[in-house]
Write a protein that binds this ligand. Sequence first.
Ligand code: AR6
Length: 181
Amino acid sequence: MKATICGQTLELVEGDITKQRVDAIVNAANSRLAGGGGVDGAIHRGGGPEIMAETDRLHPDGCPTGSAVISCAGRLPAKHVIHAVGPVWSGGRRGEPDLLAGAHRRCLELAVEHDCRSIAFPAISTGVYGYPLDQAARVAIQTAIQFLQEQGRPELVRFVLFGRPAYDEFAAALTELAPPS
Ligand code: AR6
């Protein structure tokens, strides 16, 4: 599914983030940038030790929740990995929506700062961190739409959803939130 926002493309696909041939892929990291399971495990396994070596060197203090940092992508087909730290879900009253939006916005800013024309996101915080998929989808899609409306870049924002239920939630959010073309 695709939408055009200010001439740029917002796209949803079902698939594996590590396989994406885009300028930057986003990792669902933790604030210590210590690696882990899920997307994080798949990215470090696929990209090799060069990614962690670079984040250890450039970001020894990690990354706060609600923000993101950029590194090389090692052996992955992307040029960069942007490590985003989403919030752990604890009921929704601890600023989770703002933190999740902030993490997405910082990824998009970093992509633009590094001349990335395309970026692919997983569904940040919706695995181990327990953020309800329907709510996370709305925050992620709304933040991407707003950024494209304000900045007119990057050319392609793709959400790569792991399995049909995640794809369907993002598709519902995009149908609801995309401005009529
Ligand atoms: N490609 C795309 N999406 C995937 C993939 C993949 N290869 N693998 C899983 N997903 P999670 P979080 C989906 O747990 O909730 C790590 O240990 C998955 O189905 O990866 O932000 C980190 O080190 C889910 O919908 O990230 C942190 O400690 C979504 O990606 C913590 O988990 C995110 O699931 C971060 O938790």
